[in-house]
Design a binder for this molecule. Structure first.
Ligand SMILES: Nc1nc2c(ncn2[C@@H]2O[C@H](COP(=O)(O)OP(=O)(O)OP(=O)(O)O)[C@@H](O)[C@H]2O)c(=O)[nH]1
Ligand SMILES: [Mg+2]
Length: 602
């Protein structure tokens, strides 16, 4: 099905036309019929000659109901712009057109109605010129009368051609339904309605409201219960939700949108040129937006207070009165909440970053504007700002990840990733120089040094000659990180010399300290294979364990600790842990509480 919203000045015949086309009454309220005025959005539908089904969202034209008009037009992909032949272009014609221009609506048609009251020619020419200025120049024009029915067949045919040209939305797209009506049905609870622009909603789906989760209990499309519906469609959803949903809220696929109240945007001023003097200022303008600092931002059926901070040129930062679920490329309509101006719709604001970084330093605003002014709303530009984003973050911000992730589900700005690759060896080298006794830079320390959000990213940056071993980044063999500082190396040499005569008589703790070999130094020497540490404070020359096993193998088997001690010319202090070490290495094994034997190495 398709959805088309109406637009146009009050009393120009929008509802009459919808009624004539569909046979349904768009003005449901008693007050609307009494006053002959649309107040709330109206809904009506029909089948076109091609068989395509078309639903109308009929908007009010009265200037007091502009917010309602915006809620109807916002989510609709196309518009039927209505101008009365007998009145021609009027203030809300201008204002509604400015809204369509701000929202970037590109599909529609012009219905010049009340053609039974006046020649539609002049009004058509006048309206066509205005529409062209707002980027709707190519739309079809149809003269029609809602009263006599003249031209209705032509209008139906034109609507068929219009909907045939509309782009087909993606049924797998994330769902965002801006709620335009909420009501309670006795016995079945809360029902919300809205336009589903893309994606699919099915019975049983769990969606998200600002107040929390909402389960879809039933789906109706044009008053028919259906198991599921894909956009574009008008939908009525029966929800089970923790808090009552409200008009202006969005019902969305959980995790697929960024709920945000700060966005960086590109401002596009709309409406008639401020100074039509030489007539050269027509068309979209991207000059520095001279906007009031406080406006109302509209998207879908939502309206939020909005503070505008110009950053430079057409780029601005908007602070919204409440978080909204937004994507890159979304367009917010900015209007002056006051009633003084003739046309209150001022600009469209295209979201360039739904999660912009704080601007702290002096000059940061200008730099940010320079960065964004050429930016296309895509993953590459988001990564340029955010440097590293998970695939899920990118999707929630509104764009599909491009290219391969650098690690896990992380995507990186290529330039940033190259810089990180270049920085890592230096950081590892500095760490090794400052802490020569440590085996390498812990991955976690490197993560913090490089300002990375995930340790896995560090691992992906490590390339030969660097390697990750036991949670540390080590340099390849032969690198100075593998060597001991000269003072420690000298102390180790002295120790080995002292032990040359009686290699199994480990020095006392005091002697180690005298030599300057504290636990850290010993650990470093053990790591590079210069010393063997069999227990706390029991240090032998490297290889002493293998030599001991050789000597013990010559003893009658099994043997006691004392026999081993005598054979190795050692002490009990050393022998007990040394034998335990040999047990652990599988070189000896216990026979009973007192004795061991050597094992033939397998
Ligand atoms: N003669 C004639 N009268 C029309 C035609 N279309 C609408 N009207 C009359 O114009 C008046 C306004 O029509 P509506 O359809 O309510 O206008 P609207 O654009 O929906 O007005 P709002 O929703 O309040 O903006 C009514 O009195 C209609 O009967 C038409 O084609 N010919
Ligand atoms: Mg109406």
């Amino acid at each position: 099905m398709h959805v088309v919203a109406t637009a146009g000045h009050v009393d120009h015949g929008k509802s009459t036309l919808v009624r004539a086309l569909t046979g349904m009454e768009p003005d449901r309220l008693e007050e609307e019929r009494r006053r002959g005025l649309t107040i709330e959005l109206g809904y009506a539908w029909t089948s076109l000659p091609s068989g395509e089904r078309l639903a109308f969202v009929d908007v009010p034209g009265h200037e007091r109901f502009l917010a309602t008009m915006l809620a109807g037009v916002g989510p609709a992909p196309a518009v039927m712009f209505v101008v009365a032949a007998d009145e021609g272009w009027m203030p809300q014609s201008e204002e509604h057109l400015a809204a369509l221009e701000a929202l970037g609506v590109r599909h529609g048609l012009l219905a010049v109605t009340r053609a039974d009251l006046a020649d539609p020619g002049p009004a058509t020419a006048q309206a066509a010129a205005r529409l062209a200025r707002a980027g709707l120049g190519g739309v079809e024009r149809v003269a029609v009368s809602g009263r006599t029915g003249e031209g209705l067949d032509g209008l139906r045919a034109a609507l068929d051609r219009l909907v045939a040209r509309l782009p087909a939305p993606d049924p797998r797209a994330p769902v965002r339904v801006w709620i335009d009506r909420v009501f309670t049905v006795r016995g079945s609870g809360t029902v919300v309605t809205g336009t589903l622009p893309a994606g699919t909603v099915a019975v049983g789906d769990e969606l998200a409201l600002p107040s929390g989760a909402a389960r879809v209990r039933a789906v109706e499309c044009l008053k028919e219960a259906v198991p599921s519906v894909a956009g574009v469609a008008r939908v009525a959803l029966n929800l089970r939700a923790s808090a009552a949903p409200e008009r202006g809220q969005a019902l969305v696929t959980p995790g697929a949108w960024t709920w945000t109240d700060v966005v960086d945007v590109r401002i596009r001023l709309v409406g008639p040129p401020a100074d039509p003097g030489d007539g050269s200022t027509a068309g979209p303008r991207e000059d520095g937006p001279a906007l009031p600092p406080r406006l109302t931002a509209h998207i879908g059926s939502a309206a939020a207070v909005c503070d505008v901070r110009p950053l430079g040129g057409p780029i601005a930062r908007l602070r919204l009165g409440r978080p909204l679920p937004l994507h890159l490329g979304d367009v917010l309509l900015l209007r002056d909440p006051g009633h003084s101006a003739a046309v209150r719709v001022l600009a469209g604001a295209t979201v360039l970053d739904p999660r912009p970084p704080a601007l702290r330093r002096r000059g940061a605003a200008g730099e940010r504007a320079a960065e964004l002014v050429e930016a296309a709303p895509d993953a590459r530009s988001l990564l340029r700002t955010h440097r590293l984003l998970r695939a899920a973050d990118l999707r929630a911000m509104g764009c599909a990840p491009e290219g391969e992730p650098v690690s896990g589900d992380w995507h990186a700005d290529p330039a940033h990733w190259t810089r990180l690759r270049e920085r890592l060896p230096g950081a590892v080298g500095r760490y090794a120089a400052e802490r020569p006794l440590e085996p390498g830079m812990p991955v976690e320390v490197a993560r913090r040094a490089l300002g990375l959000p995930d340790r896995r990213l560090v691992a992906s940056l490590v390339a030969p000659p660097l390697a990750v071993r036991d949670g540390r980044i080590v340099s390849g063999p032969g690198d100075r990180a593998a060597a001991l500082p000269p003072a420690v190396a000298a102390a180790v040499e002295r120790l080995r010399a002292e032990l040359a005569a009686r290699p199994f008589l480990a020095p006392e703790a005091g002697r180690l300290a005298d030599l300057g070999l504290g636990p850290k130094e010993v650990a470093a020497a053990v790591r590079i294979g210069a010393l063997l540490r069999v227990a706390d404070g029991v240090v032998l020359p490297a290889g002493a364990d293998l030599r001991a096993a050789e000597l013990l193998a010559r003893l009658p088997q099994p043997f006691t600790v004392s026999e081993a001690r005598r054979a190795l010319d050692s002490s009990r202090r050393v022998m007990v842990p040394l034998l335990e070490h040999l047990d652990r290495r599988g070189l000896t094994e216990r026979v009973d509480d007192l004795r061991r034997r050597c094992r033939t190495p397998s």
